[in-house]
Design a protein around this ligand. Structure first.
Ligand SMILES: [Zn+2]
Length: 189
């Protein structure tokens, strides 16, 4: 029995640990790459609620150095992660006065430009926003129409979902809104 396991190990090991190492470095960045992003911002009175690139009527808005668009930030982090370009705080530091109050759509466009310069194109995005209020489903199609062209993709390639957390946790208590995103990117050359 031990010989069988040994044979199986030998059959798979070259691609996992052996010459596969050299092969991987030759092919660095080729093929589809996946990235993940997560962000949270606090809800406060007296701020506009920017989410998915649009202004949504609400009693509270998100607090942050920029416009605090938590959905766009999660998407930026997913894209940057897919290209192994760190994260939004690294690329656009919140200590930089240039980014104070900035429209996050500009950050998403700059993120897409960073990827394009490295030979990547965006494949598709899938994201989920966790918020108790306001209800986001009526705004999803408008968000997709705003976000897709910033990444040079169509609305078919932008999936946006909204959920509550069943009144549990900080989103359930309406202390903040969180967003998760995954992104697929591909080399164009
Ligand atoms: Zn953020």
């Amino acid at each position: 029995m031990a010989n069988i396991f040994h044979s199986i190990f030998r059959a798979f090991s070259p691609s996992l640990w052996g010459r596969g190492g050299a092969a991987r470095s030759d092919r660095a960045g080729v093929g589809p790459r996946i990235g993940f992003g997560y962000d949270v911002h606090r809800l406060v009175e007296g701020r506009p609620l920017w989410l998915g690139g649009i202004l949504i009527p609400h009693t509270h808005g998100l607090l942050g150095h920029s416009d605090a668009d938590v959905l766009i930030h999660a998407i930026c982090d997913a894209l940057l992660g897919a290209a192994n370009l760190r994260d939004i705080g690294f690329q656009f530091p919140d200590t930089d006065e240039a980014y104070r109050g900035i429209d996050s759509k500009i950050l998403l466009r700059r993120t897409a430009d960073l990827l394009h310069r490295r030979g990547y194109r965006v494949g598709n995005i899938d994201a989920t926003v966790c918020a108790e209020h306001p209800k986001l489903n009526p705004h999803i199609e408008e968000m997709k129409a705003v976000l897709a062209p910033l990444m040079d993709i169509t609305t078919d390639d932008v999936s946006l979902k909204a959920t509550t957390t069943e009144r549990l946790g900080f989103t359930g208590r309406e202390e903040g809104i969180s967003a998760y995103a995954v992104a697929l990117i591909e080399k164009t050359e």
